[in-house]
Design a protein around this ligand. Sequence first.
Ligand code: SF4
Ligand code: SF4
Length: 356
Amino acid sequence: MERFKIDTLNNKNRMSTQELLQLIQAKIEQGVTSFEINACGQHDIGGASYSRVKGENLKFFVKNPGQRLGAMGMKGTQIIVEGSVPADTGWLNSGAEIVVKGDCGDTAGHCSASGEIYVGGCVGARSGALMKHDPQFKTPELWVLKNTGSFSFEFMGGGIAVICGYGCEDMKSVLGERSCVGMVGGTVYVRGNISDVADCVEIKALDKEDIDFLNKGLQRFLEKIDKKDLLKSLTSNWSGWKKIQPVKDKKSEPRMSIKEFREKEWIEGGIFSDFMKDDYKVFELGGTGMARCRIPQHNSAECINCSLCEKKCPQKAISRVSGGYIADAEKCIGCGICAAVCPKKAWKMLENNKDL
Ligand code: SF4
Ligand code: SF4
């Protein structure tokens, strides 16, 4: 399809982000699927929309975008930038493919939940932080040719990141300083020197499965960023690569009560102690029973008795009964984890006050 061209600078008149996004959306509604955007720093280009033409993806060829390129980008969206981009690229990516042939600013891939981000240069601080993986969706991936800034992969909960360390041989750490702090899930593959990595993760050698994944993925990545000629140098010595994952079975410290925490670790008397007396009460955030927003309903015809839901329920609300599984309303908080982990989609989350 012919590209719909938008030049956002007309003499000295710059189109605002709102005007640009409204124009894009109006054209999408009319069936346009391919855009060429000459931007001047407008935010959120390519995010949170989907094609109205069956079988055709949305494509954005963008020059000079602003922050949050492809933020909340959806499956079926492809964004290609020839140069570099500022912060928050692919923030909360939900399925888009984002290709940046230059560098990304800070927080690239921050919070991304699905889709792929391919970067032909380096990414800034806190990149990959809070990446996550919901098993109902494809694993999010972040591929970077060079290095990351500090605090990368902070609180990462899932997904895959690949940091190739290309041209960074003299760096003390291709992950900057204090990377992977609070990481509880996912995998970071890294080539090159690393130091100052948090002690909640372990650094391992690659196994055959890792090498197969990287061999295949690196070909695809290098094609996307027009650097196919680097394949040999990145894959010729697998001992230069490492895999970072959270430490498994780490013995956790006995949990401190909120009262103890406030008394010993916080400001004496609590942060409002000058104004009021702290009664140390804690509000329960997840309501049970009819206070739940959603209520799980089990369909035993679909269930294969794998017991995954029973094991993963954070409230230990699920138990097996003759003919299926039930969730105890007094314990259940309607979080939906049972429905998310079930391989047969045997749990349906009903909206309280709507479906019931
Ligand atoms: S909704 Fe959450 S709390 Fe309720 S049964 Fe499912 S996993 Fe357990
Ligand atoms: S996870 Fe799904 S299939 Fe497995 S026991 Fe629970 S309901 Fe049944």
